[in-house]
Design a protein around this ligand. Structure first.
Ligand SMILES: Cc1cc2nc3c(=O)[nH]c(=O)nc-3n(C[C@H](O)[C@H](O)[C@H](O)COP(=O)(O)O)c2cc1C
Length: 171
């Protein structure tokens, strides 16, 4: 089973969760390609970050991002919640990803207060559905819990464990 974990992280929280997810997928016998999106001209002001996220801005991505998802059994996409929305880097990735229509997708976010997590997930899900992707799961971790590895693993297991089991039975 082959999986791709692509995510953006500004201050490191989503990065920590992505790494726990990768370890967990490896324990479940997935091979994992992990990629942290790097946008050009990353905004450092909270207000500009919020404004860009709210407007659904796209970022120019640096690096050789793997947009072609043919060959993966599972696709995982992670973003911090910014102003109830995904980040510009993730917006670009969602626009450009290819050959994902028959894939199972796991979305994961990290967040602060929790306001807007649902809106952010709905935003991404709507766009994935437009691309023909129907099998979409998610899990979300509050920033205060990202260092609690046991909690993150338990959340992953609770939210996507049974689905992953079915996925591995299928192939
Ligand atoms: C610009 C900005 C906007 C944010 N907006 C929200 C929000 O709408 N809801 C929320 O619960 N947390 C919000 N947060 C908190 C982040 O989602 C949270 O700190 C997240 O874990 C950051 O992930 P990172 O360290 O991977 O960048 C926001 C943070 C920033 C910087």
């Amino acid at each position: 089973m082959k999986s791709s974990v692509v995510y953006y992280s500004y201050s490191g929280n989503t990065d920590k969760v992505a790494k726990v997810l990768v370890d967990w997928l490896k324990c479940k016998d997935f091979t994992v390609d992990i990629y942290r999106l790097k946008p050009e001209n990353e905004k450092r002001s909270f207000f500009l970050q919020c404004a860009e996220a709210l407007q659904g801005k796209r970022a120019v991505l640096l690096g050789k991002d793997n947009f072609d998802l043919a060959g993966y059994d599972l696709v995982c996409i992670g973003s911090p919640v910014w102003a109830f929305s995904p980040t510009p880097a993730v917006n670009t990735y969602l626009d450009k990803m290819l050959n994902a229509d028959d894939k199972a997708v796991i979305l994961f976010t990290t967040y602060g207060s929790g306001t807007g997590v649902k809106k952010c997930i709905n935003n991404i899900e709507k766009r994935l559905k437009k691309k023909g992707i129907s099998e979409i799961y998610n899990f979300n971790i509050q920033q205060a819990k990202v260092d609690n590895r046991d909690f993150v693993i338990k959340t992953i297991k609770d939210k996507i464990g049974s689905f992953l089991f079915k996925l591995s039975e299928r192939t």
